[in-house]
Write a new protein. Structure first.
Length: 381
């Protein structure tokens, strides 16, 4: 798991530290820095996954015993995120051109370690940050190089259509794609497999079958729904169909948009195992408020089993459902953390907000899910 992240001179942040729990919620104003936190993690992840493909590269970085320039640098484009040129990553009012990243990590065996990279903009190649060999320290990278226990779902996810992407390689790794583009193929292949975490079995499910439990949790979003999926190996595509109450099957285009949009989230959550890290952007998108609360409740159930979730959201329904889950002991308040991002004099800051054992918020800074009260007051007066 990621225990903490520290950034200096990265995008909108002069300096910031974020502490992570099993369930960490990133909220706040638009362009306040929520996505920048996620992007910094994704940037480190994609670079170390690439480095891990080359024998001895990580050990060379750890020992600082390298002469190849390409080894001692960090790319701004990759598998999870594309950040443009390095100049765009430098804090606007930075006094120098150094950008630093520090991650504190803990693996499944509770072994702790850290990664500290002090980087400088590569003037010869703007798509790279050069690692300062004398200042950086790498003593723990297992989480960063492990592809199979990490999932990221962007705010831009799959939409209703006749055919979906096909990839045996990604499905075998459990990689659903940043948009969930391989989630339908994954569902088809693993339909009869059992959940990795028995605690995620839906109360109305007759078994631990992956497909059945995906369908039952999806039914919390749309009453009476069921799903089926398959693959065409010859034409290399996957497909999805829905039905209601045992009736005729429909292609996704004939069912509500939000159903397909949320499906990769449910599949990602239910395929998780302890020690996994999952990052989800805007899980509330295209969902009715009650459905947003259901997804938040499922997230809490997953996080309570030792899966780390980092979630960016603008939804007060999502927040309040987490508060209720804490009160109902679905997840302990000590396993949750909330950050509210805002700007003060054009500088992005993050205020830490905590929940007590009854789901009560310890403080309500201005702009923190207060728009309901503001508009209601205007109606009353």
């Amino acid at each position: 798991m990621i225990q903490s992240l520290e950034l200096e001179n990265f995008k909108c942040f002069e300096k910031i530290k974020i502490d992570f729990k099993n369930l960490t919620l990133l909220t706040g104003v638009n362009s306040g820095g929520k996505s920048s936190i996620i992007q910094s993690i994704l940037c480190m992840k994609q670079n170390f996954e690439i480095l891990n493909q080359f024998p001895d590269t990580i050990e060379m970085l750890k020992s600082k015993n390298y002469t190849d320039f390409s080894i001692g640098r960090i790319g701004t484009e990759g598998k999870y995120t594309n950040l443009g040129t390095a100049n765009n990553l430098l804090y606007e009012n930075a006094e120098d051109d150094f950008i630093s990243f520090r991650l504190t990590l803990e693996d499944k065996e509770k072994k702790k370690g850290s990664l500290f990279l002090k980087t400088q903009i590569d003037k010869n190649n703007p798509k790279y940050l050069t690692i300062d060999n004398s200042a950086s320290k790498i003593d723990f990278t297992k989480i960063l190089v492990d592809e199979e226990n990490f999932s990221y779902l962007s705010a831009d996810r799959i939409t209703p259509k006749l055919q979906y992407d096909y990839s045996k390689e990604n499905v075998l790794k459990g990689n659903l794609g940043n948009k969930g583009e391989y989630s339908i193929h994954y569902l088809a292949v693993n339909s009869n497999e059992s959940l990795k975490l028995n605690e995620l079995k839906h109360p109305n499910s007759n078994s631990l079958s992956f497909r059945e439990n995906v369908a039952r949790w999806l039914e919390r979003i749309s009453i009476g729904i069921d799903i089926s999926s398959g693959v065409n190996d010859e034409m290399q595509y996957s497909y999805l169909k829905y039905s209601y109450n045992g009736g005729k099957e429909y292609f996704p285009q004939n069912v509500g948009f939000g159903i397909t949009y949320v499906l990769p989230i449910i599949i990602t959550l239910l395929k998780a195992e302890r020690g996994d890290i999952i990052i989800i952007e805007n899980p509330e998108s295209h969902l009715h408020p009650a459905a947003q609360a259901e997804i938040a409740n499922l997230c809490c159930k997953v996080a309570a089993q030792g899966v780390q979730l980092i979630i960016e959201t603008h939804s007060d329904h999502f927040l309040n459902a987490i508060r209720v889950a804490v009160k109902n002991k679905i997840i302990e308040n000590a396993d949750t953390q909330i950050y509210f991002f805002t700007k003060v004099e054009q500088k992005s800051i993050a205020e830490k907000i905590s929940l007590d054992s009854n789901g009560k918020v310890d403080k309500w800074p201005k702009g923190f899910f207060d728009e309901w009260d503001i508009q209601l007051e205007k109606l009353l007066w």
